[in-house]
Design a protein around this ligand. Structure first.
Ligand SMILES: [Zn+2]
Length: 209
């Protein structure tokens, strides 16, 4: 788990959005390999083992797809991962291509429920969770696979920044609030509709007299 990305992780329990406090047992460069994330609100503790943050205790699924250069190119291009300040979530099977994506993109990658065999470090962080444990408006792009349930999709949608992009399989309808940019036989790519972004209320100046 890349230390700066801890800032965008949130407790998954049903209470007001709360950041998490990291206690680090072992780290390499800026990756936490062993430790704990604690919620100051509900006192939940989420262990970090071998660089993976466990919001739920679950073994990773066996890898269903092989890492593919072509899929990595498609992810980096359609999600527009051009900037080192960007953070992208690769959910499920998409995570298999993470190392190849990193080879062509400087964006930080968060793998949500990655298949077995993926390792953290070098711009790749791993999370195991039932919903995306991410702050609202904290990531630039999301690739979601067909195994995502409604709660996962909703939480990923919430985590997108304005104009953020989502890629999903054609078997899944494009979630409300997204505008389709492109599609082929396998996937669609859509962008968060800026119209649905709730803007902060404008402070009205008090007029005297
Ligand atoms: Zn909590």
């Amino acid at each position: 788990m890349f230390v700066p990305l801890v800032d965008i992780l949130r407790c998954v329990n049903p209470h007001e959005e709360t950041w998490l406090v990291a206690s680090i047992e072992r780290a390499e460069d800026r990756d936490i390999l062993a430790g704990m994330l604690g919620c100051p609100t509900c006192l939940a503790e989420y262990p970090i083992r071998d660089g993976v943050v466990y919001f739920v205790e679950r073994q990773p699924a066996a890898a269903a797809v092989q890492p593919s250069e072509a899929e990595a190119v498609r992810l980096a291009a359609t999600l527009d991962l051009t900037d080192a300040r960007m953070t992208a979530v690769l959910h499920g099977a998409w995570a298999a291509h993470a190392q190849l994506v990193r080879g062509m993109s400087p964006a930080e990658l968060l793998l949500l429920n990655a298949p077995a065999g993926m390792v953290s470090g070098d711009g790749v962080s791993l999370l195991v969770a039932d919903i995306a444990p991410l702050a609202q408006g904290s990531v630039d792009a999301v690739a979601v696979d067909a195994t995502a349930d409604a709660a996962t999709i909703e939480s990923l949608l919430r985590s997108l920044r304005g104009k953020g992009r989502m890629l999903g399989p054609v078997s899944m309808p494009i979630p409300d609030g997204l505008v389709e940019l492109a599609r082929d036989d396998e996937v669609w790519v859509a962008r968060l509709d800026v119209k649905v972004t709730v803007s902060a209320p404008i402070a009205l100046k008090r007029r005297d007299g």
